[in-house]
Every structure is written in structure tokens, then in C-alpha cells.
Design a protein around this ligand. Structure first.
Ligand SMILES: Nc1ncnc2c1ncn2[C@@H]1O[C@H](COP(=O)(O)OP(=O)(O)OP(=O)(O)O)[C@@H](O)[C@H]1O
Ligand SMILES: [Mg+2]
Length: 296
């Protein structure tokens, strides 16, 4: 509820499992590949490693190879890793179980490993399913020498994850996708064959992809006819997909502020300037989440 007006803001889904709050079970996801700009190779890799084994497992049996169990998406923040995982889930009609590593560690102190067990159990029950572990680095960072209680707890969670991954049959209809923007800190154990043995790099968008991403996020906006997407793509060098989405929103905001009915090229140029300042601030103060700096 809204704290001031007491209006209902959101309806929390009913929970059947005690820990369901920590994972999001999404039975059908509304993101499709056509909402992803660029990343064609990455989409193809995911199709081969995740989609195909779920849709047509027999094919792998006939050829006599085992599909990879786990795919790790890595790349800078805002490049579309979470988006990619959702799109795959949409295509396969699989149950999509999303767990966020940092939440697992922070909210379920002492219960992390139990939760990991429950997640895999639920995945088996609702198969075919995709387990998506976002922010994998928070549970799978390289083990340091420090042995505080919290560290030991994170380690136990990780050990449980490794055990679960080792324990299930590759040909069963469960796939695991993980994402991280800190591949450098990962424990090498997690990358061993039979675990996350397929690494997919999600790069920053090139000029062509930036144009496509902008168009995707402008879909549904009422634009003046003269929008030069090529020019905008060139002017947004170094920006991520998330930055480009912010540009579309900001351009709309500028148009609203000027009381216009159409969003014009000038609004986009102002938005580019504003978002690049915000992106720079973000780089200088990496602790502050982008949504805080992006819209001030
Ligand atoms: N290639 C893309 N095409 C279209 N939209 C994109 C693309 N990349 C990012 N976006 C937009 O940016 C938003 C954030 O992207 P996403 O959450 O997938 O980033 P991420 O790679 O998971 O980042 P992080 O490492 O911070 O978790 C998406 O919801 C989407 O709207
Ligand atoms: Mg993400």
C-alpha cells in the first residue's frame, strides 16, 4: 500500500513455498527476442545451449552429445543479460525461476543453502524449467581467507549450488542460466566442466545495435517524423542498452515538459546530453544505483 494514501500499489502474489519470496517464479515471460537490439550471436548461443535441449532433447541423444548444463552470461551493467535470460524463457514456455544472488545472501542469512535446495526441487517439480541466477558473483565469489560467519554462510550456499548442479542429469529438462557483471571475482570451481561451462559474453552495443535498441524503446511513443536514429546512434557511443532506454524515456519527458504532442529530434538530443552526464556520474560514484543518478 502507499504509505500516505493507503491506496493499493501492488498485489503480492500468494505464496505456496515458504521461501518463494526470495525467488520469482514467472510462468510466462513477456519478453521476446524482437525486443532485444543487437546481440544476435548471443541469442543464437542461448538457443543452442538452452532452448534446443528443452524443446528437443531427443536430438542431443541421437547425436550422442550432452548439452551444457549451465550458461553464464557476463558483461557490463545494463547490456541486456537479464533481458536475454527472460527472452529465452519466453520462447521455451518453461517455468522461469529467477533468483538474485545478492538477495539470497542478504535476506536469508543462515538459510541460503536450504533455499538453493528448494529452488532446484521446485524446478524439478515444474519442469521444464529454467533457473536464472542473477548477480551470481554475490554467491560465487572466489573464496578468500577471511572466515567470518557471513563468509562461511555464503560458502555454504555456493557449495549447495555446486552440489545441486553436479547432481542433476544433463538431459533432464532443467537448464541453468546465470548472469554477472564481475566475472573476474568468480570462484573457478563454478566454471568447471559440468557446471557453468558455457560462457557467453554480452558486449556493449555497437553503433548499429544502438540504433535498433533506441527504436525498440521508442516503439509506442508518438514521434515527429524527423527522428534521425542513425545520428542518435552515432551520438551515443559508449552507452549501454539501459542508458538508451533512459534516453527514450527522457526524450518523452522533455516533450511533456514543453507541452508538446510529439517527441522531436531536439528532445532526443537533450536527452542524450542529460543521460551522458548521468552515466558519467555513475562511473565516478559506482556505489549509487543508476536509477538514482539517471533521473535527477
Ligand atoms: N540489447 C538491448 N536491447 C533492448 N533493450 C535493452 C538492451 N540492453 C539493455 N536494454 C534495456 O535496459 C534494461 C536493463 O537491461 P538488463 O537488466 O538486461 O541489463 P543487465 O545486463 O542485466 O545489467 P546488470 O549487469 O546491471 O544486471 C532492460 O530492461 C532493457 O529495457
Ligand atoms: Mg541484470
Amino acid at each position: 500500500m502507499n504509505q500516505h494514501t493507503l491506496a493499493i500499489a501492488e498485489v503480492i502474489p500468494s505464496t505456496e513455498e515458504p521461501f518463494v519470496a526470495a525467488m520469482e517464479v514467472i510462468e510466462s515471460v513477456e519478453v521476446d527476442y524482437d525486443q532485444i537490439g543487437g546481440l544476435e550471436e548471443q541469442i543464437q548461443e542461448l538457443q543452442e545451449a538452452v532452448e534446443l535441449p528443452l524443446i528437443d532433447p531427443e536430438r542431443f541423444v541421437r547425436i550422442g552429445i550432452e548439452p551444457p548444463k549451465g550458461v553464464l552470461l557476463y558483461g557490463l551493467p545494463g547490456t541486456g543479460k537479464t533481458l536475454l535470460a527472460k527472452a529465452v524463457a519466453h520462447r521455451t514456455n518453461a517455468t522461469f525461476i529467477r533468483v538474485v544472488g545478492s538477495e539470497l545472501v542478504q535476506k536469508y542469512i543462515g538459510d541460503g543453502s536450504k533455499l538453493v535446495r528448494e529452488i532446484f526441487e521446485m524446478a524439478r517439480k515444474k519442469a521444464p524449467s529454467i533457473i536464472f541466477i542473477d548477480e551470481l558473483d554475490s554467491i560465487a565469489a572466489r573464496r578468500l581467507n577471511e572466515t567470518t560467519g557471513a563468509d562461511r554462510e555464503v560458502q555454504r550456499t555456493l557449495m549447495q549450488l555446486l552440489a545441486e548442479m553436479d547432481g542433476f542429469d544433463k538431459r533432464k529438462n532443467i537448464r541453468i542460466i546465470a548472469a554477472t557483471n564481475r566475472p573476474d571475482v568468480l570462484d573457478p570451481a563454478i566454471l568447471r566442466p559440468g557446471r557453468f561451462d558455457r560462457l557467453v559474453h554480452v558486449p556493449m552495443p555497437g553503433v548499429e545495435a544502438r540504433g535498433k535498441i533506441l527504436k525498440i524503446h521508442c516503439d509506442g511513443m508518438t514521434l515527429a517524423g524527423e527522428i534521425d536514429f542513425k545520428k542518435l546512434a552515432k551520438a551515443t557511443e559508449g552507452m549501454s542498452g539501459a542508458d538508451l532506454k533512459a534516453i527514450a524515456t527522457e526524450a518523452g519527458m522533455f516533450a511533456i515538459r514543453k507541452d508538446k504532442e510529439l517527441v522531436e529530434m531536439g528532445d532526443f538530443l537533450e536527452a542524450v546530453a542529460k543521460v551522458s552526464v548521468a552515466a558519467d556520474t555513475q562511473k565516478m560514484m559506482p556505489g549509487i544505483p543508476p536509477e538514482t543518478t539517471m533521473f535527477v
